[in-house]
Design a protein around this ligand. Sequence first.
Ligand code: UDP
Length: 241
Amino acid sequence: MSDTPKATYNRVMLKISGEALMGDQGFGLHPPTVERIAREVKSVHDMGVEICMVIGGGNIFRGLQGSAQGMERTTADYMGMLATVMNALAVQSALEAEGIHTRVISAITMNEVAEPYIRRRAVRHLEKKRVCIFAAGTGNPYFTTDTAATLRASEMSCEAIFKGTKVDGVYDKDPIKHADAKRYETVSYDDVLAKRLGVMDASAIALARDNNLPIIVFSLDEPGGFKGILAGEGTYTRVQG
Ligand code: UDP
């Protein structure tokens, strides 16, 4: 398409939290919100960008919450991982309704609903322009989907992780509570860790740092925001070395 700008990246990882799928409901899945996100992904896919996705599970279940209520931690974490599979299937369905070919690839084998994770196979899907949705986190308890996104982005040789949030970057304090909060244009991995800027959990940041993988924090609530950044526009924060 002639009006489609050239993308500044060839292969990216989009990480969104489970909560991004729940709209204003406070729990679960809000289909119009899932469809909106699918359209955002489609607009980037239309630019020819190869897209990996990791979706959290916090809209359904978080291991830490379960363990705080007396559940054994690892069992609770496995429940959290299963929640991410439900979200992945919801996003797959919405993307396919937009005409995009996708694969849900699970770190926990469940062949009836998702492919098992085989790195070379996933790379091949990306080369064929299928959106790969990596589900069930890393497959291990005590981790988060931020770490899963960083791990899979490294394995898939993504050029950056795009972390979609409610705000357009990383601020020195919570911009929702403080009118004078300042957004960083760029921030180092070490500053994110030292100042506890809450971009991603510490394991994910450390893994991104060790693999020199930039993290672009941007607002997923901004219509056209994901595409805009891929076209070299918009506001965001880049976490880098
Ligand atoms: N989880 C896990 N290992 C992983 C990824 C996720 O045990 O590699 C569990 C963990 O209990 C976590 C839950 O899955 O609380 C949901 O993931 P996350 O909290 O990262 O979701 P988000 O906050 O992004 O919605």
